[in-house]
Every structure is written in structure tokens, then in C-alpha cells.
Ligand binder design. Structure first.
Ligand code: 0WK
Ligand code: BGC
Ligand code: BGC
Length: 978
């Protein structure tokens, strides 16, 4: 196989320096031979009555006859006058009236908008395919890029080496080489085609050594494709004479990568796939007005334009623009072009490789123009109107008249000479009179093509007017394709007709300089930049992606630390006895006051425990930072102030109700109502409290506030309060978990395992204070530089390392540090560091929950970031979303590893094969984050498969739990007193 291609390759022509400026591809490259058409059946001549619509001829084209001359046809007798009329009648079929052009414009606009809205039934005639190109070129793109063009110019493939300087107006002429694609490859298997392409690439690189460094390739693939990314594109259907098997429905980038792999050219990386219209549009020098429309008329035809992203239903975007490939070639496949189609169009379609498809393309695309002319000439020859009724095998054979022949024969100055050359080349001996008639046929076919193309372009411009809500639209259209190069009249007719159909649009046309090769390189440069950004993002987030082994490692380390802590040995887990020996049994009764300090809010609660259940009245109070970080006296006086305010509000003044104090900080409890604060956490840092019994501190404050009677019965940690609160409903609840401002857990441990507490039977609730897990450095391997930055910036550096990787007080900060890092790498926000992003705590953990919520479209993500004064693109928003997901996922997994360690401990404590247990949970992060709880549960299932764990979200918080602990203490005190 390879050898055979080599011959073809030798046929390939390297065109680089010899290209004439501004003329895109120049005259070289393979002829646009439609030799891929099937053998023709005999050409049916339509009956005028049925086929030809009535037309008012406003264009004054090739006939001076009024339309009414049609009826004369039936009476036609052989002779010159009649022949001319027969020709005119025949050509009249190619005339398209203004009204018809406006109908096409309106019909196409409708189809475009149906497709944009995502209408499925009936399926719109055009596809409107988003291309993932979100902006026109900035002119800053730079680098060297390999470009492979397949499909834009029919039976040829082109390889280019494009250098983008990134300097406005400074252009380096691309080096390129064209290769003729053998017919058997265009109709062969997909593997053959892509191997041929890979072969051409190596051939080009052999001929144009560009060094062995990693080569970034942009793939211009000019066929209808569903793109799901800049480098992922699935072929919908072949057009233009291609019909390789095993490609439709496949990702063509992967097919090319596989072929390059098979060829062993591992240094070529396919970065982007681009439709030729997009390459044409993006190849425009960013001038005064950016090119926002790309129009190609080569073997096929199509256009793309920059649509408002919010109008593209397929995209979940509301801001910015996206380039949409219209794929207007298929317009009319639903019959909308019926009245315009001549018998010649039907004949051409039936003998094409894709009958009934691409009907619009078959009236406009270069692959078909020559064939249409041939069919008309062969018809008129058969009718004895041309060439004296004689024909020739060449005239009867498909593809014998090339589109460039049509353009040549039409050429105002040398056209007649071309007609003679070309017809003689077809074995005909034309009369002088035939020459003019043949030129009229060419003009009729190409004029119709140009006008139809104009009507389609007018539809795109009308869509832009609507999309931009601008009546007076100023727009630049980049044009590409050899029909434009060869057929100057095509261009002028197009311009005239557009001006007539959308007079309010100020349209300027810019011919693409090199057939879009540069544009493909620009898109590839953008894709390369995004790919590089993605790699940097992955590298940055990789340490946050914990695998099962690492999580099992955390679980094992936690088990070890638990065992040491319980034995009273040095451990980052203090495993503090809480003197809570049982969960409630439902017999508790009475009114209790409860305080809940340490979470987002400080609450004072009245808890009434009756036969019928528990009623809670509570009041939320704030603890200002200056109080939380002031003196201990200030803090506890503030607490008593709130209690007094609550009592007054609840009419409890002067009553001395038993009080349970949820104090969510590490305390060494010496009894139920004695808790020595070991150290503050979570942003609290009141002086003269650490090492003191906080119940005493509270009682002193009560004493300082005369006339207040309070009976502090119990001090509990919020984890304990939460476990008790949920345990009241579900007796299997033997663990308490908090994931809020801070994080921690407690559970019912066998007393025999608790050193320092008398007794071997029964259980006691242990407050693990797992927030400090890893403070001995045991989490070093998991800690990232961002964790270290957050820790260093905290008021308790080196402390609560586990908490600082999990809880709400820190996740936002971790994300902010990562965003700062990615901005400094230029990956985010175009590298612009903003003051706001450098502000501590400006990125709230709540933003993670908002940004990750499934219902929040990317647009809302952008809104959150813009509120932070960040210049956000949709790529930025996507990357910020990924950062949030990575940080919260790690937090949930680490938390899950901790829970798995505890429930496995309980199971082993009881020597059980299987354990069923419930965990009472509270905390804003756990409750509000859209995925946190499910990720915790999934991690527990993975690491503790022999435990069936139910997570019970506490409704009333730990205040109720504190009251229940107090109630139990009061009940026990009562029974001991009697
Ligand atoms: C509500 C509990 C309270 C606990 C808090 C933790 O009643 O004891 O401290 O949850 O969640 P955070 O408010 O810190 O998110
Ligand atoms: C394809 C388009 C392409 C156009 C011009 C059509 O046949 O479907 O994707 O842009 O030809 O090459
Ligand atoms: C404290 C714990 C508390 C947890 C949840 C941590 O900072 O040390 O005592 O349970 O936060 O509020």
C-alpha cells in the first residue's frame, strides 16, 4: 500500500515560496475532477409544465425573451432562432428571482434558528454545529504549527508549516505541500485514508525538516462533525466525493492520532480539529473589524459565524460568543429547494455519491458546477441545438468539465478561446455560435450558484442582526475556496446580491490569504494554550486526587493514632473522654437551657423534654471577632449577656434551669461539668482561657453578672451533642461527626480501652479531636503547598492540619491560594492578579457549594467570580469549578477515611463480622455542599465494607444533645440522691 501512495506523493507539489500573494492556493493542486460520480442513467428532460416554475426575470440575464416565451416551446421547429430560444428556455431554469432568493434567505434563517433552539422534530435542514472556538483571533497567538487540511479541496490534502509571530501585521509565509488523494483512498476504508494522511505528514516533514521537538498539529477537517471539544470531533456524514468506511460516527482526531501512532511519528500531537470555514474566518488579520463570518466555496460550500453563546441551546452558556458551523450544504435536503431544482440538478444528485443529500451544496459547490454545465451541454447537444447535434464520449462522461473550466470559459477577456480549447479537448468541434451559447450556459450555472450562495450568506447576516440586536450591522466576511479564486464574477455577483438582500448590512469581504491554513494554526495556538493550561491545572490538582491506597493509608494512620491516644500515649489524636456513658434512653424529662458555642453561630436554647418529645426554642447570637479573639472574660461575659437576653425574651428571667454547654473546642474533661480548654481552634483565640476549666470561666461570668442564677450541669463537645441529639431518635447512633467551620468526631468506645478512666465495663463517648490529626506530621505526604500556605496564614499554624484540609473555615482559602497560583501561571484570568483575589477569606467556602451545585450553570459560576472583580472567561469558570471539585472531594474523602477508621474500630471492639451503626452529623459544609455527604458515604463504603453506616443529619444541632446529656446527668443525679 505505502509504495502505491508514494507515487501519488511524488505527484504532490510543494508550494511554499512560489505562491502568488493574496491568491490563496494559486493555480496549482489537483483539478476539481468530479470523477467520483457514479455512471449516469440517460438524462430525463423535464416537461416544462411540470418542472419549471414561473419566474419573473428581474435580472436581465442571458435572454431578452419574456417568460411567456415558454409556451412557444411546444411549437418549436428546428432552425437558428428556435435553437437560441431552446437554449434560453433551458437556461431560464437556472434563473432565480429576487423573491425566490428572499424565500431561500428566510427558509435558511428559519432552519438555522430551529437548529440553534435544539429543535429535533422535524429536524432542521441545517445543523448549526458549535465549534468550541469562542473568540476571534487576538493577534497574540504565536508559535510554529503543523496544519493538515483534509476535505477542503476535494481530492487533495495539504500539509502546512505555519509560524505565528504574535506581532500584528508581521506575517511569515507558511510552507506547504499538496498531495493528491487517490480515488481508491477517498472511497476506501477510514484506516487507509488516515494512514495516507499520516504518510503525507511524514513526507512533508522529510521535505521540510522542522526539528524533532514536539510538533503541535491543527487538523482542518472540512466535513459536518459534532464537536465535543477543540480536539474531539465525530464525523456525522461524508460529503464532496468522500465515502471512506468506518469513519462516520467516529472521533476523527482519534483516527488521525492512531494513524500517526502507526506511522511512529510520536512527536506529532493533534491539538485541535477545525472546519475549513472556521480556519478561513480565524485566518483573517485582526483588522479594524474582526472577521466574524467565514465563507467557503470550494468543492463544497459552507459558512460559519460568531453566534451569541446563549442562543445555542446545545451549549450551557449565557455569555460570550461561539463559532457555529452552519453546514448549509444540506439546506433543501427536506425538499425546501424543490421549485428551484432543475432536471439537471436532479440528474446530478441521483448520480452523486450521496443522493438526496447536500442539495444546496450541489447547486453551489465547485465539485458540481462543471458537471451541471456538462449535463446542460450534453442535453442541448442531444437536442441538436449545440455542436450541430453531435456529442462526444468525453462530453458524455462525468467530471469531464471542471469548475475551473467553467470559470475559464466565462472569463470576459479570454473566455471564448478557453471554450474552444476545452470543447476541442472534449473531442468536439464547436461552431462560433456554439461558443457564445456555451458561455451562456456557464454563466447561468455559476450565476445561480453565486446568487444562491448570497441568499444563504444573507440569512447568516440576518441571523447576526437578530443575534446582536443590531439593525445596522457592520461585519467582515472572510472568503475562502478556489471558486472565489477562479471565478471573479462569482465574487461580484455574490456581493451585489448580498447588498440587495440585506441592504442595511455594511458587509466587507476579505479573501483568506492562504486558504485558512493560518486560521487553523491560530485555533491550534488557542487550543495549545488551553491544553497547556489544562496540563498545568492537572499538575496543580494532582496532589488533591487521592486514590484508594492513600485513603486506606489515612484510615490506618488514624487507627494507629486512636489506639495511641486511648492508651494515653503521644498522639495527634487526643481521644478525650467525655464522661458521657450512654446515649439517651427516652426517659429524660424537663426544661433545660443549652448553649452552643463554636460553630458558625452562637446559640442559646430552651429545650423542653416531655413524653411527647423535645421542643426547642433558640436564639442565634453573633460572637464578634474582637470578642472571640479578645480576653476570656470578655468572651464569657458576652455569653452570659446573651443568656440573660434570651431568658428575658423567653420570660425565664430569674429561673435557674439546668444548663448544658456545647463548647466545640478541645477540652480535657475531668467530669461531665469540668472541661479544661486545651487550645482554641477555628479562629477563636480569647486570652487566659487555654488550660482553664471553661465551666468555671462561665460560672465566674455568671457570678460577675449579679442576679443571674444558672446551674451549669454539663459541658459537651458539639460532636457529642450531635450524637446524643440523633441518638435520641435512633439508638444505633454511636458516633457524632461535625463538618462545619471545624471538623471533629466522637464515638462510643469500650471503657476497657480508655486509659485514665476508671472501669472496664460499659462504654464512654470519646471526643477524638480529629481536627489535630496529622499535627505530628503524619499527613505530610498528603499536604500540598497550598495547605501549607493556609496553615502558615492561620492564627494557629502547625495545628489542626486535618481540619485545615477538610473544614469550612479553610476550603475557600485553599481554593483561593490555588487560584492565585494558577493566575500567576497565566492559566486563569489571563494571568491578571486582582487585589480582591489576594484578599484573605474573600473566597468563601460557601462559593464551593454554590459553584459545584449541579443546577448552577457555568454562567452563575461566572457571576460569582465576577462579583469578586475577576475578569472571567468560560474556560476560567470551568477551571475554577474543577479546582473547587478537587478541593472539596479531597476533604470529603479524608473525612470518609476518618469515619471508616472509627466504625471499623467499633466493629472490632465488638468482635463483629458486620456492624450496623448510625452517625449523627452536623455542620454547614456537610449539610450544604451538594456532593460532600455522598462522597463521604462512598469513601466509607469503600474503606469499611463490613460496616453498614447510616448518616443522620441532626435537625436541631447539638444544643438538644447538650440538653439531653444534662437531662441524663440530672436523672442519674436524682436516682443516686434517692
Ligand atoms: C451545628 C451544631 C453546633 C456545631 C455546628 C457546626 O449545633 O454545635 O458546632 O453545627 O457546624 P458549623 O456551624 O460550624 O458549620
Ligand atoms: C462540508 C463542510 C465544509 C464545506 C466546505 C461541506 O461539504 O460539509 O463542513 O465546510 O464542505 O469545504
Ligand atoms: C474543635 C472541635 C469541634 C470541631 C467542630 C474543632 O475545631 O476542636 O472541638 O468539635 O471543631 O466544631
Amino acid at each position: 500500500m505505502a509504495v502505491q501512495w508514494r507515487e501519488h506523493l511524488l505527484q504532490g507539489t510543494s508550494t511554499g515560496q512560489d505562491r502568488k500573494p493574496g491568491r490563496g492556493r494559486g493555480q496549482q493542486g489537483p483539478p476539481m475532477r468530479p470523477h467520483l460520480l457514479k455512471a449516469p442513467p440517460s438524462l430525463p428532460i423535464p416537461t416544462l409544465e411540470t418542472e419549471l416554475p414561473s419566474r419573473e426575470n428581474l435580472w436581465g440575464t442571458y435572454t431578452t425573451q419574456s417568460p411567456s416565451s415558454r409556451t412557444l416551446l411546444t411549437m418549436w421547429e428546428p432552425g437558428a432562432g428556435c435553437e437560441r430560444r431552446e437554449v434560453q428556455e433551458c437556461l431560464q431554469q437556472f434563473q432565480v428571482t429576487r423573491a425566490q432568493l428572499q424565500q431561500i434567505q428566510a427558509g435558511l434563517l428559519d432552519s438555522m434558528e430551529q437548529a440553534l433552539r435544539g429543535q429535533a422534530n422535524p429536524a432542521p435542514a441545517v445543523r448549526m454545529l458549535p465549534t468550541y472556538v469562542g473568540s476571534t483571533p487576538h493577534g497574540t497567538e504565536q508559535g510554529d504549527f503543523l496544519v493538515l487540511e483534509l476535505g477542503a479541496t476535494g481530492a487533495s490534502l495539504r500539509v502546512l508549516w505555519v509560524t505565528l509571530t504574535g506581532v500584528d501585521g508581521h506575517r511569515v509565509e507558511p510552507r506547504s505541500q499538496e498531495f493528491v488523494i487517490p480515488q481508491e483512498v477517498m472511497l476506501g476504508t477510514g484506516q487507509q485514508l488516515f494512514d495516507f494522511a499520516a504518510c503525507c505528514l511524514s513526507e512533508f516533514l522529510d521535505a521540510h525538516p522542522v526539528g524533532n521537538q514536539g510538533l503541535q498539529l491543527g487538523f482542518s477537517f472540512s466535513f459536518p462533525c459534532h464537536q465535543t471539544g477543540l480536539a474531539r470531533s465525530t464525523l456525522i456524514s461524508w460529503t464532496k466525493g468522500f465515502r471512506c468506511s468506518g469513519v462516520e460516527g467516529q472521533d476523527v482526531v482519534q483516527l488521525l492520532r492512531d494513524a500517526i501512532q502507526r506511522r511512529g511519528a510520536s512527536n506529532i500531537d493533534v491539538i485541535a480539529v477545525v472546519n475549513d470555514t472556521v480556519g478561513t474566518m480565524m485566518g483573517c488579520e485582526p483588522g479594524v473589524r474582526p472577521c466574524e463570518v467565514g465563507l467557503v466555496v470550494d468543492t463544497g460550500t459552507n459558512a460559519c459565524y460568531m453566534e451569541e453563546a446563549r442562543h445555542v441551546a446545545a451549549l450551557d452558556e449565557d455569555r460570550g460568543r461561539v463559532c457555529v458551523s452552519v453546514e448549509w450544504g444540506s439546506f433543501g435536503d427536506d425538499g425546501a429547494l424543490g421549485p428551484l431544482l432543475t432536471a439537471f440538478d436532479h440528474a446530478l444528485d441521483l448520480e452523486s455519491l450521496n443522493p438526496h443529500a447536500q442539495r444546496f451544496e450541489k447547486m453551489v459547490g465547485g465539485l458540481y458546477l462543471g458537471e451541471l454545465v456538462r449535463l446542460v451541454l450534453s442535453h442541448l447537444a442531444q437536442r441538436g441545438v449545440l455542436f450541430g447535434g453531435s456529442s462526444s464520449p468525453a462530453l458524455q462522461s462525468q467530471g469531464s468539465i471542471l469548475p475551473e473550466d467553467v470559470a475559464a470559459m466565462e472569463d470576459p477577456s479570454v473566455g471564448a478561446a478557453h471554450v474552444l480549447t476545452i470543447l476541442q479537448g472534449l473531442g468536439l468541434s464547436p461552431e462560433v455560435s456554439d461558443v457564445e451559447l456555451v458561455r451562456s450556459v456557464c454563466a447561468a450555472v455559476s450565476t445561480r450558484a453565486a446568487r444562491l450562495c448570497a441568499a444563504a450568506l444573507a440569512a447568516v447576516l440576518a441571523r447576526l442582526q437578530r443575534s446582536r440586536e443590531q439593525q445596522m450591522l457592520q461585519v467582515t466576511v472572510a472568503t475562502g475556496g478556489r471558486v472565489f479564486e477562479w471565478h471573479r464574477r462569482f465574487h461580484s455577483i455574490l456581493q451585489e446580491t448580498v447588498a440587495l438582500l440585506v441592504p442595511e448590512c455594511d458587509v466587507s469581504f476579505i479573501p483568506s490569504v492562504d486558504g485558512g491554513g493560518r486560521g487553523v494554526a491560530v485555533v491550534t495556538a488557542v487550543a495549545a494554550r488551553l491544553a497547556a493550561h489544562r496540563r498545568l491545572l492537572e499538575e496543580t490538582l494532582m496532589p488533591f486526587r487521592l486514590n484508594c491506597e492513600q485513603l486506606a493509608g489515612v484510615q490506618a494512620q488514624m487507627r494507629e493514632a486512636m489506639a495511641k491516644g486511648l492508651r494515653g500515649e503521644a498522639s495527634s489524636l487526643r481521644m478525650l473522654p467525655t464522661y458521657v456513658r450512654a446515649t439517651p434512653d427516652g426517659s429524660e424529662r424537663g426544661d433545660f437551657l443549652a448553649l452552643d458555642l463554636g460553630g458558625t453561630n452562637f446559640r442559646v436554647l430552651l429545650v423542653r423534654v416531655t413524653e411527647g418529645g423535645v421542643q426547642i426554642t433558640n436564639q442565634v447570637y453573633s460572637v464578634p471577632e474582637h470578642v472571640a479573639q479578645g480576653s476570656g472574660q470578655q468572651l464569657f461575659d458576652h455569653i452570659v449577656d446573651c443568656i440573660v437576653d434570651f431568658q428575658r425574651a423567653q420570660g425565664l428571667s430569674g429561673q435557674s434551669l439546668p444548663l448544658g454547654f456545647t463548647f466545640s473546642f478541645p477540652c480535657k474533661q475531668l467530669g461531665l461539668d469540668q472541661g479544661i480548654l486545651l487550645n482554641w481552634t477555628k479562629g477563636f483565640n480569647a486570652l487566659d482561657c487555654e488550660g482553664r476549666d471553661v465551666v468555671c470561666l462561665l460560672r465566674e461570668a455568671i457570678r460577675r453578672r449579679q442576679a443571674v442564677e444558672l446551674n451549669v450541669v454539663a459541658i459537651v463537645n458539639d460532636t457529642v451533642g450531635t450524637m446524643m441529639s440523633c441518638g435520641y431518635e435512633d439508638p444505633r447512633c454511636e458516633m457524632g461527626l461535625i463538618v462545619g467551620t471545624g471538623t471533629n468526631a466522637c464515638y462510643m468506645e469500650e471503657l476497657r480501652n480508655v486509659a485514665g478512666v476508671a472501669g472496664d465495663s460499659g462504654q464512654m463517648c470519646i471526643n477524638m479531636e480529629w481536627g489535630a490529626f496529622g499535627d505530628d506530621g503524619s499527613l505530610g505526604s498528603l499536604s500540598t503547598c497550598f495547605d501549607d500556605s493556609v496553615d502558615q496564614a492561620s492564627i494557629n499554624p502547625g495545628k489542626q492540619r486535618f481540619e485545615k484540609m477538610i473544614s469550612g473555615m479553610y476550603l475557600g482559602e485553599i481554593v483561593r491560594h490555588i487560584l492565585l497560583h494558577l493566575t500567576s501561571l497565566g492559566v486563569l484570568f489571563r494571568g491578571q492578579q486582582t487585589q480582591r483575589l489576594q484578599t484573605r477569606d474573600i473566597f468563601k467556602t460557601k462559593f464551593l457549594s454554590d459553584i459545584e451545585s449541579d443546577s448552577l450553570a457555568l454562567r452563575q459560576v461566572r457571576a460569582i467570580l465576577e462579583d469578586l472583580g475577576l475578569p472571567v472567561t468560560s474556560d476560567d469558570a470551568l477551571m475554577v469549578l474543577e479546582v473547587c471539585q478537587a478541593v472539596s472531594r479531597r476533604a470529603a474523602q479524608l473525612c470518609g477515611a476518618g469515619v471508616a477508621a472509627v466504625v471499623e474500630k467499633i466493629r472490632e471492639n465488638r468482635g463483629l463480622e458486620e456492624l450496623t451503626v448510625s452517625v449523627g452529623v452536623d455542620g454547614t459544609l456537610y449539610k450544604l455542599h451538594p456532593h460532600f455527604s455522598s462522597l463521604v458515604a462512598a469513601t466509607v463504603r469503600q474503606l469499611a465494607p463490613r460496616c453498614t453506616v447510616t448518616f443522620l443529619e441532626s435537625e436541631d444541632g447539638s444544643g438538644k444533645g447538650a440538653a439531653l446529656v444534662t437531662a441524663v446527668a440530672c436523672r442519674l443525679a436524682q436516682t443516686t440522691r434517692v
